[in-house]
Design a protein around this ligand. Structure first.
Ligand code: ADP
Ligand code: MG
Length: 463
C-alpha cells in the first residue's frame, strides 16, 4: 500500500494538504473548472484524517457535491490516506435548508449574538433580500408593498399582502425578502415561511400522529406567517379549513399574513369562497414579466454575483430570447458557467445559443413529483408506497433515486420538498441520490438509456 502522509507521521498543515490536493485536481479538470470551482475553496483545518474546507456559497457546495464528489474524494484519499474525509463549511450561511447537518457555520456564531435565534426553523432563506431584488416596472407595486410590510409588519393595511404572478417572476424572493427584513429589524418577532404544499404535508402528518392542535397552535402563535403558492391548497378542503382558522386568529390579533399565488384571489377556482374573500381584505399586487431593460439589469447583477463577466451582446441575446421567467435567466447563466467549465470552452456565442435552446426545450415540461414517481414505479415495477418507506432493497433504492433525480431535473421543487415527498427524507439524502444516479449515467450506458427512456415517457405524457 502506498505510504500516506499520516502513516509516515509527517503531519502536514491543512494548507499544505490542500495544496497537494489542488495539484492532483488541476491535472484532472479543465483550467476553467479549476479556477471556477476549486481555487475559491479554502482549507480550514485538518483533524485526524478529516480535512475541513470553506466554500464560498451554497451554490458552490451543491455544484461540487454533484459534479466533483468522486474526484475530490479520490484526491484526498491519495493525499491523506484511505480513511480521508472531507467536511465543508459554507461561508455566507445561515439557517438555509440545504446545508448538511454536519456543517458548522462560523459566521452564524457572530450572528446569533445580535439576533436571537428562534426556537423553530424559520425557513427564511437569507439569500433573498430587497437589496438583490432588481426593481422594474413589472414588480413596482409588489416591491413597494413588500417593503412597507417588512418595515411595519401587521401595521399597514396590506394584511394580508397577496402577491401573485407567473412562475419564476420573483414571488418567493420578494416574500422571503420581507421575512429577512423583519428578522433583522424585529428580532423578537416570530416569522415563518413555508410553501403551501409543505403546509399540507405537515398537516397530514399532524393528523396521522394526532397532533392537529399542536400544529394549528404553532402557526397561530406566529407574528408573521408567510405562505407561498397558496394555489396548492386547491382541492384540499381540510387543509383550507384549518388554514381559515389560523388566518382568522392571526388577522384578528394584528399579525401579518403574506401569501403568494400564481393567480389573483378571485381566479383561485376550487378554493373556498370565504378564504378568497379574506385574501381580498388587504392588498393584492401582481408581478408582471420583466421588460427588456430589467432583464438585462437582472442578468448583469446575477453574472457579477457568479463572478462572470460577459460582453453586452451576450446579455442582450439572452435577454431577448428568455423573456418571461427570471428563474430561467438565472438558470441560463448557471448553465453557461457549467457548460463552459465542464467542457473547458470559452463562453462564446455558440455556447450561449446552445444554452438558451436547452432552456427552451426543458421549459415544455411541467410535471409534478407524484407524477414522476408514478412513472418511475411503473417502469421499474416497484410499488409506490415502497418508495416512501424505509426499504433499502436494491430495486427500491434505485427507483427512489431515479425519481429524486428526475424530480430535481424536471420540477422546480427544492431539495427539501423532494425529500418530503420521498418519506420525509432530508435534503442531503436527495443530493446523494441525485449524485449517485448522475454518476451512474456518466459511467453506465444502460443506466443512461433507462433514465432517458423514463424521461421521454414523462415528457411525452405530460404534454
Ligand atoms: P417565483 O416564486 O415567482 O416562481 P422566484 O422568487 O423563485 O420566483 O424567483 C426565481 C429566481 O429569480 C430566484 O432565484 C430569484 O432570486 C430570481 N429573481 C426573481 N425576481 C428577481 C428580481 N426582481 N431581481 C433579482 N432576482 C430575481
Ligand atoms: Mg415561488
Amino acid at each position: 500500500m502506498a505510504e500516506t502522509l499520516f502513516s509516515n507521521k509527517i503531519v502536514l498543515s491543512s494548507d499544505e494538504i490542500w495544496r497537494k490536493c489542488l495539484v492532483n485536481i488541476k491535472r484532472n479538470v479543465s483550467q476553467m473548472s479549476y479556477n471556477t470551482w476549486f481555487l475559491p475553496i479554502k482549507p480550514i483545518n485538518v483533524n485526524n484524517s478529516t480535512i475541513k474546507v470553506l466554500l464560498p456559497s451554497q451554490f458552490f457546495w451543491e455544484w461540487i457535491d454533484e459534479h466533483y464528489n468522486s474526484l475530490i474524494h479520490s484526491t484526498i484519499k491519495s493525499v491523506i490516506g484511505p480513511d480521508a474525509n472531507l467536511t465543508y463549511v459554507i461561508a455566507e450561511e445561515t439557517e438555509d435548508e440545504q446545508i448538511p447537518e454536519t456543517i458548522q457555520q462560523p459566521k452564524k456564531v457572530e450572528k446569533t449574538e445580535q439576533i436571537k435565534k428562534p426556537e423553530f426553523e424559520t425557513f427564511i432563506n437569507p439569500r433573498y433580500t430587497f437589496d438583490n431584488f432588481i426593481k422594474g416596472e413589472g414588480n413596482q407595486l409588489a416591491r413597494a408593498a413588500a417593503g412597507a410590510v417588512g418595515d411595519n409588519p401587521g401595521g399597514t393595511s396590506f394584511n394580508p399582502l397577496f402577491v401573485y404572478g407567473g412562475v419564476g417572476l420573483g414571488k418567493t424572493h420578494l416574500i422571503q425578502a420581507i421575512g429577512n427584513r423583519i428578522i433583522q429589524k424585529f428580532p423578537s418577532k416570530r416569522a415563518i415561511y413555508l410553501s403551501s404544499d409543505i403546509f399540507t404535508i405537515e398537516f397530514v402528518e399532524a393528523i396521522q400522529s394526532n397532533k392537529v392542535n399542536e400544529f394549528s397552535n404553532f402557526y397561530k402563535n406566529m407574528d408573521i406567517l408567510i405562505l407561498d403558492d397558496i394555489q396548492f391548497l386547491i382541492g384540499k378542503e381540510k387543509t383550507q379549513d384549518l388554514f381559515f382558522h389560523i388566518f382568522n386568529t392571526l388577522h384578528q390579533s394584528g399579525k401579518q399574513i403574506i401569501l403568494t399565488s400564481d393567480k389573483p384571489p378571485k381566479d383561485l377556482k376550487g378554493l373556498n369562497e370565504r378564504l378568497i374573500s379574506r385574501f381580498q381584505w388587504g392588498l393584492s399586487a401582481d408581478i408582471q414579466p420583466p421588460d427588456f431593460e430589467t432583464r438585462i439589469a437582472i442578468l448583469k447583477r446575477k453574472a457579477s454575483d457568479f463572478g462572470l463577466s460577459l460582453p453586452t451582446e451576450i446579455f442582450e441575446y439572452i435577454a431577448s430570447h428568455i423573456v418571461s421567467n427570471i428563474r430561467e435567466l438565472e438558470g441560463c447563466l448557471i448553465k453557461l458557467l457549467a457548460n463552459a467549465s465542464l467542457s473547458s470552452r470559452e463562453i462564446d456565442f455558440n455556447l450561449v445559443k446552445k444554452t438558451v435552446k436547452e432552456i427552451a426545450t426543458t421549459r415544455q415540461v411541467n410535471v409534478t413529483i407524484e407524477y414522476i414517481t408514478s412513472i418511475v414505479c411503473k417502469f421499474l415495477d416497484v410499488g409506490e408506497d415502497k418508495i416512501r418507506d424505509k426499504t433499502r432493497k436494491k430495486e427500491v433504492v434505485l427507483a427512489r433515486q431515479i425519481a429524486m433525480f428526475l424530480s430535481k431535473e424536471l420540477t422546480r421543487s427544492s431539495l427539501k420538498t423532494i425529500g418530503l415527498h420521498f418519506g420525509g427524507r432530508d435534503h442531503s439524502t436527495v443530493i446523494h441520490g441525485c449524485a449517485s444516479i448522475e454518476s451512474s449515467i456518466n459511467t453506465d450506458n444502460s443506466m443512461k438509456e433507462l433514465v432517458d427512456k423514463i424521461k421521454e415517457k414523462i415528457e411525452l405524457d405530460s404534454n
